[in-house]
Design a protein around this ligand. Structure first.
Ligand code: SMG
Ligand code: MG
Length: 374
């Protein structure tokens, strides 16, 4: 067979700026990968990179380049060997992409576009394929660093009213204890957690222990990505569970961090680990080790959100995810919006990821397209 890949670059304004310890953004620059088969069916995947290498080493322009110049061309023999209209099997795509180092977000976008196509050929939903056990998932919301405590209370108030089942505050040195105290005073019982995106250091252990009084579900990624020992040291001083995000890049890194005692809860993001197959494998490992998991978010459009919600429907996802409604991010999404219902989102049931961009929205939001045929 042959496949035409179209790399769509889009820009979508966020409803409010999203500031974290590594920077701020008010427009989401998104890359959607479309894989078009011989008979004109499209599969879709979203690349969750940020515009700059702040969350991790990957960034959007680099991801487009590596997809165009390396990842997609690497698949040419595999696609060429496949019979007409028979998309290569997901495992073989993952194995072919694995010859390239790193770049998990770019790999995930390419792998998911082909997985969507492969599932559509079988009339199977991503949820069924992954092993989903529920048709609705509990949703939390991630609250960026605002300019004042007043703005924080106002924003959190909106989310609580909308029914979100858990609130996550972004924190950094200088924006932590006062913010937590203010939210806890206002909502003593709300399920609450924090995410530092690597902003603290080992020497902050005593300071982080002061978070304990706020009865948090977890502290997410307080230290740098490569500091596994530091997370273990912190967890011997802090009672609140430590949850790794950026540090978990593969099944082996997850197993290492768990066995070593650096994490007792795991945030799973398909983009960060190179795709949904590996995300499912990490889920399976965590279930075996009795480590709770939850689904992270990267400000996805409906394309990435649909797939994340299917993943979050697996049995080990026992904590609410950063799988918020489309309106949390965008006035208008590139797909039909995901709408919160009683603090939950419905798992898509259609073939593949179960959703695709609305052509007019895609055209309006598009800033560039590049085509690569294999
Ligand atoms: O999609 O709701 C979302 C964002 C959730 O906080 C979120 N993501 O480290 O977990 C994280 C961050 C990474 C993206 S920040 C731009
Ligand atoms: Mg995080």
């Amino acid at each position: 067979m042959s496949i035409s890949f179209v790399i769509h670059s889009l820009e979508i304004p966020l409803v409010r700026p999203f500031r974290t310890s590594f920077g701020s953004q008010s427009v989401r620059d998104v890359v959607l990968v479309e894989a078009v088969s011989d008979n004109g069916v499209s599969g879709w995947g979203e690349c969750v990179t940020m515009a700059w290498p702040g969350y991790s080493a990957e960034y959007t322009r680099g991801a487009v380049n590596v997809m165009r110049d390396f990842l997609i061309p690497t698949l040419a023999p595999l696609v060429g060997e496949s019979a007409a209209d028979s998309t290569p099997a997901p495992d073989s795509v993952r194995a072919a992409l694995a010859v390239m180092q790193g770049n998990p977000m770019a790999k995930s976008a390419v792998e998911t576009a082909l997985l969507d196509l492969w599932l559509k050929e079988r009339n199977l939903s991503l949820g069924e394929f992954l092993g989903a056990v529920r048709d609705r998932v509990d949703c939390g919301v991630s609250v960026g660093i605002p300019s004042s405590i007043e703005d924080l209370i106002q924003e959190v108030g909106q989310y609580v009213e909308q029914g979100y089942r858990r609130i996550k505050l972004k924190v950094e040195p200088g924006w932590d204890l006062d913010a937590l105290r203010a939210v806890r005073n206002e909502w003593p019982g709300v399920p609450l957690q924090v995410d530092a995106n690597q902003a603290y250091r080992r020497s902050d252990a005593e300071h982080l222990a002061r978070f304990d009084e706020f009865d948090l579900l977890l502290i997410e990624q307080p230290l740098p990505e490569d500091d596994i020992l530091g997370h273990k040291l912190i967890s011997s001083v802090v009672s609140t569970p430590i949850c790794l995000d950026e540090s978990i890049l593969s099944v082996d890194s997850a197993e290492g961090a768990i066995e070593f005692g650096a994490t007792t809860i795991v945030n799973i993001k398909p983009g960060r680990v190179g795709g949904f197959l590996t995300a499912r494998d990490i889920h399976d490992l965590c279930v075996e080790k009795e480590i709770p998991v939850w689904c992270g978010g990267m400000l996805e459009t409906g394309v990435g959100r649909a797939a994340n919600i299917a993943l979050a429907a697996l049995p080990g996802f026992t904590l609410p995810g950063d799988t918020s409604a489309s309106s949390r991010y965008y006035k208008e999404d590139v797909t039909e919006p995901f709408v919160l219902d009683n603090g939950q989102l419905a798992v898509p049931t259609g073939p593949g990821i179960g959703i695709e961009p609305i052509a007019a929205n895609l055209a309006e939001m598009s800033t560039a397209t590049e085509r690569v045929d294999v």
